[in-house]
Design a protein around this ligand. Structure first.
Ligand SMILES: Nc1ncnc2c1ncn2[C@@H]1O[C@H](COP(=O)(O)OP(=O)(O)O)[C@@H](O)[C@H]1O
Ligand SMILES: [Mg+2]
Length: 486
């Protein structure tokens, strides 16, 4: 019970478990467990058989340049654990490598923040380099960007706010992360939380002073500040440089260009120009750079605010301002808009959707996503103007580096679960039409999986009636295609 308590005002239960025996953990910990088990038996003399304390997945969960992360389970405390083991292929660990691993654990142990996984325990006996920490269910941002290209601005705002807050905490303890990049940010499956991991080359200010230039671990090329690349002594501002570079990549889907800065707000009209100001402030030479993670968070939050009245935003605003206005609305609010304003929004949607302009493609997808949920009370034909293009952009259009947008497909799946009859019928009809023209055999596995998600949501919807037979037939086809590939 105690182990699942997670609240900033409740002290964390320390993990003493490694010494209390268990199942087969990767070799290195077995002795400790055996010893611990004897201790436990001697001390407790309980009649109950010892429980299998730990179980582990055989396949590594994640692998970076330096270590491998294995997912495990603490069966006693009923919680998942992440076991980070120094790469066993590196047969001889150099003293600096060993020291780096120890330092990571000590640093992590000092950190206590909702967006940084807690360290539960370590095993640093000679030849053993293992850190056990809270397991974060999710996907790292690198994988998300590789799959979907870029993320939309409201997710970026929330995730980068959380990461900036994690950094603010680390910086307040004098810790510089030194390797902020998409691969070290984990996003939870519901996409609500972001965690900063891998303090592997983080250095406290005192440690940094002790390390010589040659002994210092460098970060990842492309994300490092000029001073870090140059091997200079770095401070928290270096992380802000990397954070800015990461934010740019997350929003645009591409690495920040060297030399000439290409404005995000020109690449994607849904991004406010204030975000370019923020990224630029992160890229400045150190003495002119944005001064703190807190300032980063504040500037990020305010970039997405619009205080202008909707009439003005609709008449003169940029797409990002309209999107912000839509975000704050429910389906009911949307219907309560004066008819003219509602129509104007739909006309703007048509414009953006039909435009061949590459800079409007992301904005179009984001608009569709917002309107899929805000528009469910519209009459059928108006809602169809949203659903049709959403299916096209979610499932059909090839954008070169990636196919459609995952968040748009998620929004479609939510729309398929809406029980309002008119909205439901539009989604059903349009999705059936898409399934009729789709070539399942040529579809990538993730799209098949997501087609299945929409079909299941439609079938599970209590409003589903006459269309059930057809939907079930498509679902069977998708299942067959998936099992043939397996
Ligand atoms: N606490 C954790 N919970 C779940 N997954 C994790 C955790 N820590 C790391 N990972 C996953 O493992 C990958 C590699 O871990 P990381 O600490 O970044 O190692 P490296 O130092 O080798 O880069 C990460 O990109 C992430 O996907
Ligand atoms: Mg890493």
């Amino acid at each position: 019970m105690t182990a699942s308590l997670q609240h900033p005002n409740i002290a964390k239960l320390r993990f003493w478990g490694l010494l209390t025996g268990g199942s087969d953990i990767p070799g290195t910990l077995a002795n400790a467990r055996r010893k611990g088990l004897t201790m436990l038996q001697n001390n407790v003399r309980s009649a109950a058989p010892p429980i299998e304390r730990f179980s582990f997945e055989t396949k590594p969960h994640g692998e970076g340049g330096f270590a491998r992360v294995i997912r495990g389970r603490d069966n006693e405390l009923e919680r998942d654990i992440a076991v980070k083991v120094l790469n066993p292929l590196a047969t001889q660990f150099s003293p600096p490598e060993q020291e780096r691993f120890r330092r990571e654990a000590r640093i992590l142990a000092r950190l206590s923040h909702p967006n940084i996984p807690s360290v539960y325990d370590v095993d640093f006996r000679p030849g053993h380099f293992i850190i056990i920490s809270q397991f974060i269910e999710g996907t790292n941002l690198r994988e998300i960007l590789d799959e979907q290209g870029s993320i939309d601005f409201d997710r970026a705002r929330s995730w980068f706010h959380q990461i900036a807050s994690a950094l603010e905490h680390a910086h307040s303890l004098g810790i510089v992360h030194r390797d902020v990049k998409p691969g070290n940010i984990i996003i939870t499956p519901d996409r609500s939380c972001a965690y900063l991991v891998d303090f592997g080359i983080a250095l406290s200010q005192t440690d940094a002073l002790k390390l010589t230039k040659s002994g210092a671990w460098i970060g990842t090329p492309g994300y490092m500040s000029p001073e870090q690349e140059g091997g200079e002594l770095i401070d928290s501002r270096s992380d802000l440089y990397s954070l800015g570079v990461t934010l740019y990549e997350a929003l645009s889907g591409k690495r920040i260009p060297q030399g000439l800065y290409e404005e995000l707000s020109l690449i994607n009209q849904a991004i406010p120009p204030q975000i370019d100001d923020l990224v630029r402030a992160c890229l400045e030479p150190r003495d002119r750079r944005i001064e703190s993670s807190r300032a980063f968070g504040v500037q990020l939050a305010s970039a997405f605010c619009t205080n202008r009245p909707l009439s003005e935003v609709l008449a003169h605003g940029r797409l990002h301002e309209i999107a912000v206005a839509l975000q704050g609305m429910t389906a009911d609010d949307f219907m309560k808009l004066p008819a003219g304003q509602r129509t104007l929004i739909l006309v703007k949607l048509d414009d953006v959707v039909e435009s061949p302009e590459p800079n409007l493609q992301l904005a179009a997808a984001q608009f569709l996503e917002l309107l899929l949920t805000r528009g469910i009370l519209l009459e059928k034909e108006s809602y169809r103007r949203i659903v049709g293009p959403a299916i096209n952009r979610g499932f059909e259009r090839d954008f070169g580096q990636y196919m459609g947008r995952r968040t748009l497909r998620d929004a479609l799946q939510s729309a398929a679960a809406v029980t309002r009859a008119e909205a439901y019928l539009v989604v059903e009809e349009e999705f059936v039409a898409f399934m009729e023209r789709a070539q399942l055999s040529g579809m990538p596995a993730y799209l098949l999986h997501e087609c299945r998600g929409v079909l299941q949501a439609l079938l599970a919807n209590p409003t589903c009636n006459a269309g059930a037979k057809k939907l079930a037939e498509f679902l069977r086809r998708v299942n067959k295609e998936q099992s043939e590939r397996a």
